[in-house]
Design a protein around this ligand. Structure first.
Ligand code: CDP
Length: 254
C-alpha cells in the first residue's frame, strides 16, 4: 500500500492514460475476495479482502444480554462493534474505541437491523464484532457487507443480505468504490447500502459536493456495483455449502 501524508497527495487522481492511480476504470470495483466460516469459536463469521482492506466479522447470538439492563422485553437487540486494529492504518490508531468507531458501529447496526427478525428474540442479543486489520478507504461499506455475510453464515434468519459500496467524485469525475487515497484527496464520497428484500437503501451518507444530476448518476452507479458485490456474497455462501456437500459425499464413499 502506498503511504501518503496530505502534503504528498498526488496532483491528479487519474494517470495520463485516463485510468485511476490503481489502474481501474471509473466503474471498476477494487478486487474483492470473501470467505465465510473463518472463525471457529463464533456462531458465524466471514472475512473480506476489498482492495487493501482486510476485515473479519464474527457473529454471536441469540444469547443473553450483558449488561442485563440493555435487554428489551419485546425484541432482541443488535449490537455491532466495529474496531480498527492499532496497526491497520498509517498512524498507529489508539486501541480504545474512538468516536469514529462508535459512529460507524451504529451506522452498520442501522444498515443491518431491517433484515433481522429481532421481534422473534425478546430479551436476547445478537452481537457482531468487526475487526479491520488493514484499512484503505471504504471500511464501513466492506464491514457492512462482510457482517451481513457473517450473519447469514451464523444461520440467523434474515429477510435478505445487505450490501454496501461507495460512489465518489475525484478530479470532477464520478467513480465507483473509492480507494483510501481517492477518499482523502477526492471531492465527494457517497457510501450506500441496500437491503435486497425491499430494494431500499439502509445507508446513504454524503460528504463533499455534487450536483443533483451527479447524485442521480451516482445512485445508478451504486446500484450496478452493489449487484456485482451481492453476487460475490452469494457465491461465498454457496462455496461453504458445496464444500459441506462434497465432504459428506466423500464420507459416504469411504
Ligand atoms: O473507511 P471509511 O471510508 O468507511 O471511513 P473514513 O472515516 O472515511 O476513513 C477513510 C479511510 O481513512 C479509512 O478507510 C482508512 O484507510 C483511513 N483512516 C486512517 O488512516 N486513520 C484513521 N484513524 C481512520 C481512517
Amino acid at each position: 500500500m502506498t503511504l501518503l501524508i496530505p502534503d504528498e497527495y498526488p496532483k491528479s487522481l487519474f494517470r495520463d492514460d485516463g485510468k485511476r492511480l490503481d489502474g481501474r476504470d471509473i466503474y471498476d470495483l477494487r478486487p474483492i475476495k470473501m470467505e465465510v466460516d473463518v472463525i471457529k469459536n463464533a456462531d458465524g463469521s466471514a472475512y473480506i479482502e476489498w482492495g487493501n482492506n482486510k476485515i473479519f466479522a464474527s457473529v454471536y447470538g441469540p444469547r443473553e444480554v450483558h449488561p442485563h439492563h440493555l435487554a428489551k422485553p419485546d425484541k432482541g437487540i443488535l449490537r455491532v462493534f466495529y474496531r480498527m486494529a492499532t496497526f491497520s492504518v498509517f498512524d498507529r490508531k489508539r486501541p480504545a474505541p474512538g468516536r469514529r468507531e462508535k459512529e460507524i458501529s451504529m451506522i452498520i447496526s442501522d444498515c443491518l437491523e431491517p433484515v433481522l427478525f429481532l421481534e422473534l428474540y425478546p430479551g436476547t442479543s445478537f452481537e457482531i464484532f468487526i475487526e479491520v486489520v488493514d484499512a484503505d478507504g471504504g471500511t464501513r461499506c466492506a464491514s457492512t457487507t462482510v457482517a451481513a455475510l457473517a450473519l447469514a453464515d451464523a444461520g440467523v434468519p434474515m429477510r435478505s443480505l445487505v450490501t454496501s459500496c461507495a460512489i465518489g467524485k475525484i478530479d470532477g469525475k464520478l467513480v465507483t468504490d473509492l480507494s483510501g487515497i481517492e477518499d482523502k484527496a477526492g471531492d465527494a464520497d457517497l457510501p450506500v447500502a441496500i437491503t435486497w428484500f425491499n430494494d431500499e437503501m439502509s445507508l446513504l451518507q454524503f460528504d463533499g459536493k455534487m450536483t443533483k444530476g451527479e447524485m442521480d448518476t451516482s445512485l445508478d452507479m451504486a446500484q450496478d456495483a452493489l449487484k456485482k458485490i451481492y453476487d460475490m456474497q452469494l457465491e461465498a455462501l454457496k462455496r461453504k455449502y458445496i464444500k459441506i456437500q462434497k465432504d459428506v459425499q466423500d464420507m459416504e464413499v469411504e
